[in-house]
Design a protein around this ligand. Structure first.
Ligand SMILES: [Zn+2]
Length: 272
């Protein structure tokens, strides 16, 4: 049962916080999940909200010392679950379609009991700017892992929040064949054009912050998957449709994991 301590949720998991730059925090949850808190002189912005345990809103508003707005990298519930602590959020049009899809009954009951399960959303996409006072955060469309994925580029720190589209564990791309890999590559090339502005890549899972070199590793990996020369690893590294994930996705086709440098992608291979 949640006891009201915003630092710890009802499962006993701590909300970690580390100040990575002035007025800038990484919020850590459950070991390998991250949200980002950007605090300006006028407003504060939280990128992603985990599953919605404990009292995430109080936790981040205590840190910021002011009300906090919420935006999401995409619509998967491990990024949107805590949205229902707020009356309103900012998310892409595609993200709005499944932001309240709770991945099953356990989360559904809890979600319905949260303060604002009927929360509303403003649509964001390419070029949308959050002006927080003294710093801006720009939205960049990078849909692939999810049809509504966006990245967020903070002008003060050069942090690029990439959600599940670019991370140091494995990017889950699933089915979709060469078109999907090509789309991922195009997104990475779009980000690479901004490389001079990007100081750190800040993913939602598996390690943060990361050197921007990770973007070029992903461009190379996408290229090698497309031309058939990618190194295929002997397993899918646990969550990439190994035995644990199979439990949740019993009917999905088997995936393989390809790797290059710091980049790793799980996908369904296709007939050549
Ligand atoms: Zn996701």
């Amino acid at each position: 049962m949640y006891d009201g301590n915003p630092n710890v949720d009802e499962n006993g998991y701590i909300y970690a916080k580390w100040k990575i730059a002035p007025n800038t925090y990484i919020i850590g949850y459950h070991g390998t999940m991250y949200a980002y808190l950007f605090i300006g002189t006028e407003k504060a912005l939280l990128i992603d909200t985990f599953y919605g345990y404990g009292d995430l809103r109080k936790f981040v508003e205590d840190l910021a010392g002011m009300p906090v707005m919420v935006a999401n990298t995409h619509g998967h519930f491990d990024h949107t679950g805590g949205n229902a602590f707020w009356e309103h959020v900012y998310i892409s049009a595609e993200g709005q379609k499944d932001m309240k899809n709770t991945f099953g009954e356990e989360h559904q009951k809890r979600f319905e009991a949260m303060p604002h399960p009927d929360y509303t959303a403003t649509t964001i996409g390419d070029g949308y700017i959050f002006d927080l006072g003294g710093r801006t955060v720009e939205v960049i469309d990078i849909p692939c892992h999810h049809a509504g994925s966006v990245a967020f580029l903070d002008s003060q720190t050069g942090f690029l929040c990439t959600g599940d589209e670019l991370e140091p564990g494995q990017v889950l791309l699933g089915a979709g064949g060469p078109d999907k890999i090509a789309r991922h590559k195009a997104n990475m090339e779009k980000l690479y054009k901004r490389i001079d502005e990007i100081k750190f890549v800040c993913p939602a899972h598996n390690g943060s912050p990361c050197d921007p070199e990770l973007i070029s590793d992903y461009i190379e990996l996408d290229t090698r998957i497309l031309n058939g020369t990618a190194q295929i690893m002997p397993n899918t590294a646990g969550f990439g449709y190994g035995p644990k994930a199979r439990k949740f996705h019993p009917d999905d086709p088997d995936q393989v994991r390809a790797q290059y440098g710091g980049a790793s992608i799980c996908y369904v291979p296709w007939e050549k």
